[in-house]
Design a binder for this molecule. Structure first.
Ligand SMILES: O=P(O)(O)OC[C@H]1O[C@H](OP(=O)(O)OP(=O)(O)O)[C@H](O)[C@@H]1O
Ligand code: HPA
Ligand SMILES: [Mg+2]
Length: 181
């Protein structure tokens, strides 16, 4: 366990079993179709890399980079696109892949933004859902785990860009993020 963390919330084994289950369900639901997976940089990167290898329908990838947290554990409330998609999504079946839905501001913004580009369909898959913090409602089609209102890091999730490479998901000690705020 990392010394800045107080406990392991989800082990590597729990995460990989869930990723496999999500991949199986997505493959069943999109049978006979092509899927365009859109990863939200950077947090979703590690989940997405594992998830797409469990999907058996023809799958394409694109990435969009948005940011609302910066060097904080609280959302600024303003979502900014730092890097847009490389390709048009018109007429394609889109699956947005996120690491976590917290306030819902990031996903709400993205779903509206991507729907305005006329895709054939838009669905959302997130590994983690923290419903106690929701500010705006978000429809989630595939959800890995519902988690309590604690700041978590690892498996792609950061605090101020640290801890993304930890293999499990851990609760960050409050004193670590209170220091910077
Ligand atoms: O539901 P919300 O309150 O909007 O929070 C969730 C979003 O915040 C984090 O991203 P962040 O903006 O920190 O960028 P990152 O993915 O590069 O860490 C996380 O990866 C989600 O995209
Ligand atoms: O709990 C979290 N951890 C890391 N990044 C986040 N972005 C929103 N909530 C979180
Ligand atoms: Mg982040």
């Amino acid at each position: 366990m990392h010394p800045d963390c107080e406990r392991v919330l989800l082990s590597e084994e729990e995460i990989s079993a869930k990723v496999e289950e999500l991949g199986r369900q997505i493959s069943l639901d999109y049978a006979g179709q092509e899927l365009l997976v859109i990863g939200i940089l950077k947090g979703a990167m590690i989940f997405l890399a594992d998830l797409v290898r469990k999907i058996t329908v023809p799958t394409y990838l694109d990435f969009i980079d948005v940011s609302s947290y910066g060097a904080s554990s609280e959302s600024s409330g303003v979502v900014r696109i730092l890097k847009d998609l490389d390709y048009s999504i018109e007429g394609r079946h889109i699956l947005i892949v996120e690491d976590i839905v917290d306030t819902g501001l990031t996903l709400n913004y993205l779903v509206d933004n991507l729907k305005s580009r006329d895709p054939a369909s838009v669905k959302v898959c997130t590994l983690l859902d923290k419903p106690l913090r929701r500010v705006e409602p978000v429809a989630i089609d595939y959800n890995g785990f519902i988690i309590p209102d604690e700041f978590v890091v690892g498996y792609g999730l950061d605090y101020n860009e640290h801890y993304r490479n930890l293999p499990s998901i851990m609760v960050l000690r409050r004193e670590v993020y209170m220091k910077g705020e």
